[in-house]
Design a protein around this ligand. Structure first.
Ligand SMILES: *[C@@H]1O[C@H](CO)[C@@H](O)[C@H](O)[C@H]1NC(C)=O
Ligand SMILES: *[C@@H]1O[C@H](CO)[C@@H](O)[C@H](O)[C@H]1NC(C)=O
Length: 117
C-alpha cells in the first residue's frame, strides 16, 4: 500500500518536472528527450528493430531542429541529458526513419555543438 502511494507520488513529480519546460519555450530539452524516448531501447541496447513510435519522434525532432539555434540546442540536449546512447546507432537512425540530413546524424559525444550550422 505504502509502495503504491510512493509510486503515485513519483509519477506526479515526474510529470511536473517534464511538463514545466513545455510552457516556457517552443523548443525545450524535455521535448527533445520525449521525442527520443521511444528510441532509447534501440539506442542504448545496441540496435535491433527500431521500436514503434521511434520514427515519429525522429520526425518531430527533424521538424523542430530547423534553425541553427535549435540544432545546437538539440545537440547540447542529446549530449547532456540522455546517457548511454550509442552515437553510431543514433547517427544512422534518421536514415532508418527515412529522414536524411538530420541533425542527429551530426551529433556524437565529441561534437562541439556550437559548430553545428
Ligand atoms: C526534415 O527536415 C528538413 C528540414 O526542415 C525537411 O526539409 C525534411 O522534409 C524533413 N524530413 C522529413 C522526412 O520530414
Ligand atoms: C551535417 O554535417 C555535414 C558535414 O559537415 C553538413 O554538410 C550538414 O549540413 C550537417 N547537417 C546538419 C543538419 O547540421
Amino acid at each position: 500500500m505504502a509502495r503504491m502511494v510512493m509510486m503515485g507520488l513519483c509519477v506526479v513529480v515526474t510529470c511536473m518536472v517534464v511538463a514545466a519546460p513545455y510552457a516556457e519555450a517552443v523548443f525545450s530539452c524535455a521535448r527533445v528527450a520525449a521525442s527520443l524516448r521511444p528510441c532509447l531501447p534501440y539506442l542504448t541496447n545496441g540496435g535491433g528493430d527500431v521500436p514503434p513510435g521511434c520514427c515519429t519522434g525522429i520526425l518531430a525532432l527533424n521538424a523542430s531542429a530547423t534553425t541553427t539555434v535549435a540544432r545546437q540546442a538539440t545537440c547540447n540536449c542529446v549530449q547532456s541529458s540522455i546517457s548511454g546512447i550509442n552515437f553510431g546507432l543514433a547517427a544512422g537512425l534518421p536514415g532508418m526513419c527515412g529522414v536524411t540530413g538530420n541533425v542527429l546524424a551530426n551529433i556524437s559525444l565529441n561534437t562541439d555543438c556550437s559548430l553545428l550550422g
